[in-house]
Design a protein around this ligand. Structure first.
Ligand code: SF4
Length: 469
């Protein structure tokens, strides 16, 4: 029986836990973990669903890891410059550094950095310590903590107990908030330099909304923490912020027009973010991973699962943690793909140098420069449609795992206006597609339907829809 002291791969909160290999995978609480004091959300509690074993394959036929990696190298080289490289940050900093060396010609981390002011990258990449949130007197939420990042609720409750006021700028009243402001009424928000802002930043973030949050915080002199969805998003962003990279939208466009024919994904399932139709246009989809995913890849390079890896992860706060395993299988495989050898130690030294520390210690957050950024011209898109579907991205959604929240939320006024029946469905139409969904009555804004689960018709965070019984 092997026990690993590791980090939950579900989001960038950085929750510590134990994984026990005991015929099946078992999860145990790690109370000493500074990010979460042992607590886990439902994703963390059901990690065995995430860590589904995977085998190396070439065109569907099982093969060895080495053969799959060599075949990937052959196909990338045969593509003569038409390969793109994607990793959202679901792996160690050391692997990401090696990956960047391979991906120089076309790197995509999923974040749309291109569309955001360069001098705000550091603010977007690394947030403030959770302890600062707990100590604040006024906290402003641009997220739904219950649905998206449940472990932040503990910190918010603790701040409230000490007298903090919580304001939410959201489409639904949040029980934890003393004041609920709708996104369209954000001008009513009273922000001061002592009001930390909690928002989120992910590959499908609405860039104008992100700019709006940056602008509001800048004008008030307030600190922001952008919570992020992948286990090492902060590490990925810090390591790649000076690298030339393409946005996810650009990658999708390049695959569609045929300039990218081979896509190599490191520990990132493209099925969650790239339309199936686009993926189908690739000559080669190559996935290097430690667990099964939804995308149908031509080459699967299956190495150890994340919890068995050796390496460093960085969470939302900038806290660096050793992952807890001893495996360097992923790095060696990247070496085969690149036709070189990647050694762990020098890469690890580079990570520590970037963080300005001599040892990885999860109990001490490295000191980060937090340079101020210039004025951010922002114009949040108004909701033009009468009704809009708001997709609330959460860890379950990114990994396509089954979620018991299979309903949309809407308010009682909408239920009455549409004469919806208790226990019945609502019909939602957009762009020629139509779905029927169960609904739940919640204190949601009048023209809004909220979903925490993909329903197949959404186009980004906000989708104009028509609704009927
Ligand atoms: S909050 Fe994030 S890191 Fe923590 S248990 Fe849930 S999914 Fe995992």
């Amino acid at each position: 029986m092997n026990v690993y002291s590791t980090i939950c791969p579900g989001c960038n909160f950085g929750c510590g836990l134990y994984i026990r290999e005991n015929g099946k995978l078992e999860v145990d609480f790690r109370k000493s973990s500074p990010a979460n004091a042992g607590k886990l959300c439902r994703f963390g509690m059901s990690l065995s669903r995430f860590y589904t074993p995977v085998k190396s394959t070439i065109d569907g036929k099982e093969t060895s890891l080495e053969e799959a990696a060599k075949e990937a190298a052959r196909r990338i080289s045969a593509g003569k410059g038409s390969a793109a490289f994607l990793s959202f940050g679901n792996t160690t900093c050391e692997e990401l550094l090696a990956f960047q060396k391979i991906a120089e010609s076309y790197l995509c981390t999923g974040a749309n950095f291109e569309a955001l002011p360069k001098d705000a990258y550091q603010t977007l990449s690394v947030g403030i310590p959770y302890s600062e949130i707990e100590a604040a007197k006024h906290i402003v939420l641009f997220i739904d903590p219950y649905e998206q990042y449940p472990l932040i609720v503990r910190r918010l409750l603790s701040a409230r107990k000490k007298g903090a006021k919580i304001t939410s700028v959201w489409w639904k009243d949040l029980p934890i908030a003393d004041e609920n402001i709708r996104p369209a009424d954000v001008s009513k928000l009273q922000l001061t330099k002592d009001s930390p802002v909690i928002a989120d930043f992910h590959p499908l973030s609405d860039v104008e909304q992100v700019k709006n949050v940056l602008s509001l915080a800048k004008n008030a002199g307030a600190k922001i923490t952008f919570l992020k969805p992948f286990v090492n998003s902060t590490g990925a962003y810090l390591l790649s912020k000076d690298a030339k990279q393409k946005s996810l939208a650009q990658l999708v466009e390049d695959i569609n027009k045929g300039t990218v024919k081979t896509l190599f994904c490191l520990e990132s399932d493209p099925a969650g973010l790239i339309p199936q139709e686009t993926l189908g246009k690739l000559t080669n989809l190559i996935v290097q991973t430690g667990q099964a995913g939804a995308a149908k890849a031509n080459v699967v390079i299956a190495h150890e699962p994340l919890y068995r890896k050796k390496g460093t992860l960085i969470n939302n706060e900038g806290r660096a943690t050793a992952l807890g395993g001893a495996g360097t299988n992923g790095l060696e495989t990247l070496g085969i793909v690149a036709g070189t050898k990647f050694e762990f130690d020098p890469l690890h030294e580079s990570v520590k140098k970037m963080l300005g520390i001599s040892a990885i210690d999860e109990f001490t957050i490295p000191k980060y420069e937090r340079p101020s950024y210039g004025a951010v011209p922002a114009s949040a898109k108004p909701i033009e449609a009468k009704n809009a579907l708001v997709s609330v991205y959460n860890p379950f959604m990114w990994y396509g795992l089954a979620d018991d929240n299979d309903f949309v939320e809407l308010n009682l006024g909408v239920v009455r206006a549409l004469k919806l029946l208790k226990g019945g469905n609502i019909r939602i139409k957009s762009n020629g597609s139509s779905v029927e969904k169960k609904f739940k009555v919640s204190p949601v804004q009048d023209n809004i339907l909220l979903t925490g689960k993909r329903i197949g018709i959404e186009k980004g965070t906000l989708t104009p829809v028509e609704v009927s019984r």
